[in-house]
Write a protein that binds this ligand. Sequence first.
Ligand code: ZN
Length: 406
Amino acid sequence: MIRALACFAALSSPLAAQQVYDLLLKNGHVLDPANQRNAVMDVAIAGGKIVRVAPNLRAAHAKTVVDAGGYYVTPGLIDIHTHFDAEGAPLNVDPDHNALRSGVTTAVDAGSSGWNTFEAFKSKVMDHSVTRVLAFLNIVGAGMYGAQVENDPAQMDPEAAARMVEKYRSRIVGIKTAHYQPADWEAVDRAVKAGELSKTVVMVDFHPKPGRGYEELILKHMRPGDIQTHVYGRLLPQLDANKKVQPYMWEARKRGVLFDVGHGGGSFWFRIAAPAVAQGFLPDTISTDIHKDSVMLPRATMITTMSKFLNLGLSVEQVVERSTVNPARAIRRPELGTLSEGAAADIAVIELERGQFAFLDSGHGKLTGDKNLRCVLTVRNGKVVWDPDGLFAAEYTTTGPYSNFK
Ligand SMILES: [Zn+2]
């Protein structure tokens, strides 16, 4: 850094020599659980990377300074259950309009495309998104293309899936199985087989059937590190008749199965989540299962889903941990979900509002609470991409001629 400064000073004016940061977020409350940071600090960005996180960095060294005082500054959020595919899936939504506004800089599409359709998804969606879009590859070759293919084991080819993972390892983080209705284990077991062959994790959306039980799924069929999504969904027997968390939930957690929220249109119910959370059964990862329906009445966006958990009793720290470092580890991308120096500058600036707020679940049950999280700035690869309050901007009367606009 000193060497770079010296070089720069020799070539440029004294003022420019000081400007070593492209962007400086000043005085925010940095919550970076991957690095155990939880204090008021500054975050400096240059060349699309985080270059310094420390108190009292000099504003004169930055081209642009954002006053983040009073806000939380966190790693860009990671939503590991989204539906951002464009191919043949009418419920899917656009990644940038739905992720970045919530502070989400990494979104994992959860099986919208399969080993037969992934390449179209990649070229149509992934390659054009500002959001970093990754994917769980559906074990069904056609992806989420309706019951006819999703219930057909002939569509589920572990070798073909593993080959596609191998070809796009930087984009595909695992395998997904979902929606399977026949009362056998074909879908789960073939997805796990593809996970074994490709050395990736499996995300499971599971509907129990007679002879194909949930307990058996999480204790026998899933591997440690595999992710059960829709943990507070109404189709699963998480609680007994007295609303007590079933012993097999704790046992599965102990053996390393991960439990993900996957809010969605039908899979997040306060009447299940509230007693589970009160008994200490918190989700490992918070995610949305965002699509055209879930984004509306239950507002299954990332920042609102995090707010719901805040009002169920989790701390801001616990909510941020489950939306940054935990999902990064779950998808085995520890370089994400962190404000480490040298990491990509993906950042969310979040306001904790106090007042009276209401939230709906998938059954349109209402939870009233006194806290709400709002994303006031999103930085992706060092660039401000969401700024509803103009924190990053100057008053228009001071901005000079049109030619100043970049
Ligand atoms: Zn889903």
